[in-house]
Ligand binder design. Structure first.
Ligand SMILES: Cc1ncc(COP(=O)(O)O)c(C=O)c1O
Length: 420
């Protein structure tokens, strides 16, 4: 029996959920006006400048520096903080690879820390445990738009003197104790890649409340130039991480859409939190009471196959898709990813850290070091931010489809075994 067997009769949901990205004539007009202006990049256009100002205002931050994408944003931020060879930077083991790979790209070593089992964000106690004399920084990730524990991490920073960068790629508009994320660390980075909650296909932005760091970032983004100096004066080794006027024009419109979309997603998330968690075998994240607004890049939940007659997570997700619920599998944990396991970090394929003192890193390659992220890697699925813009009826359909699969889990699990 194939996964579509139960769905084949009457899928729970048809037609499909809202698709992402959401756009209309406003994005078309914005791009068209830039094209007609002839100012597509650095020069006389003002889209990037306006987008920076508008994002800074939205975020309650003093400065915003637009960049090519969220990965480059992290690289620029680490460079501005003078983090490089010989330094260690603590990152969560459960995140997209860029949080760690950008540490490697500046020549430093990422030290993986396990995450909290209820919020899925970096565990502050694990951070404290990982600190040693080589630790220079940390990058908490506001996973799925739920802010990491900013109180405990700020405490760690004030005790240890670490520099820190918030990776807010999942968390546009999220708030911790009524303050927007991005205003806690030295610098914070956002991604505007295609699946993010505001997007121009690609894009990124850095925010900070530190004027000197803002100037440093601007210089690193723009080939080492300095504001007010000549076009061919380059004051530091840097590269070109500039956003185009076309991207900025789209992002200005997307930013205007964000507040309403955030409100709609948060309302659905509260409903899912109450309802989804009632289904045996499904566990949702526990929202920290200090979180006023979640960014909700996705809505993650855990699936325990023991409650579904041993049906694998992969088959469960395929069955959901067949029911018209386009659920997605989430990331593997970083310690499970090939490039991290083999430590082939240098562009030549040479292994990083063989010669350097990376004692902690050597111990960090087994599932036992990361019990929580190892479990998330096996059990997590997520509901996309586009789906979270559905109505109450759409949310009910998700629950209905899961319940339906649970009722048929025995048949599906047998079919899965026969297919193997
Ligand atoms: C947590 C996290 N950090 C960094 C990035 C990198 O952003 P980008 O894809 O824009 O380079 C992503 C993107 O998926 C991400 O999810």
């Amino acid at each position: 029996m194939s996964m579509s067997a139960i769905a084949g009769r009457t899928p729970v949901r048809r037609p499909y959920f809202p698709t992402w990205p959401i756009w209309n004539q406003r994005e078309i007009d914005a791009v068209t006006s830039v094209i007609k202006s002839g100012c597509w990049g650095l020069g006389s256009g003002n889209m990037v400048r306006l987008f920076q100002e508008e994002f800074a205002r939205f975020n309650g931050s003093d400065h915003a520096i637009a960049v090519t994408n969220g990965s480059n944003a992290i690289e620029v931020a680490l460079t501005a903080l003078d983090i490089g060879p010989g330094d260690e930077v603590i990152v969560p083991d459960y995140t997209f690879i860029s949080t760690a790979s950008e540490v490697l790209r500046v020549g430093a070593v990422p030290i993986l820390a396990d995450v909290d089992e209820s919020t899925f964000c970096i565990d502050p106690q694990e951070v404290d445990r990982a600190i040693n004399e080589r630790t220079k920084g940390m990058i908490p990730v506001h996973f799925a738009g739920h802010p990491a524990d900013m109180d405990s991490l700020a405490d760690t920073v004030s005790r240890s003197g670490l520099r820190w960068v918030e990776d807010a790629s999942h968390a546009h508009g999220a708030e911790w104790k009524k303050k927007k994320v991005g205003n806690f660390a030295d610098l914070a980075t956002f991604s505007m890649q295609a699946s993010k909650t505001m997007t121009a296909g690609e894009g990124g932005i850095i925010v900070t409340n530190d004027k000197d760091l803002a100037e440093e970032c601007m210089s690193i983004v723009n080939c080492g130039r300095r504001k007010g100096r000549g076009n061919y004066e380059h004051f530091r080794l840097a590269s070109n991480f500039r956003m185009t006027e076309l991207q900025a024009a789209v992002l200005r419109v997307q930013l205007q859409r964000l507040p309403d979309q955030l409100a709609a997603r948060n309302e659905n998330a509260r409903y899912l939190e109450a309802e989804l968690g009632r289904i045996p075998g499904i566990t949702t994240a526990r929202r920290d009471q200090r979180v006023d607004m979640q960014g909700l890049y996705v809505y993650p939940f855990l699936y325990d196959s023991d409650y579904f007659e041993g049906l694998s997570r992969e088959s469960f997700s395929r069955a959901l898709v067949a029911e018209g619920i386009p659920i997605e599998l989430s990331y593997p944990a970083l310690h499970e990813i090939e490039v991290i396991k083999k430590r082939q970090f240098l562009p030549t394929g040479r292994r990083h850290g063989d010669e350097a003192p990376c004692g902690q890193y050597h111990k960090q390659r087994t599932a036992e070091s990361f019990p929580v992220s190892s479990r998330l890697s096996r059990q997590m699925l997520w509901i996309s931010n586009g789906m979270l813009l559905g109505d109450r009826c759409d949310m009910d359909r998700i629950m209905e489809a899961i319940e339906k699969i649970r009722r048929h889990a025995g048949e599906l699990a047998t079919a899965e075994r026969e297919d193997e």
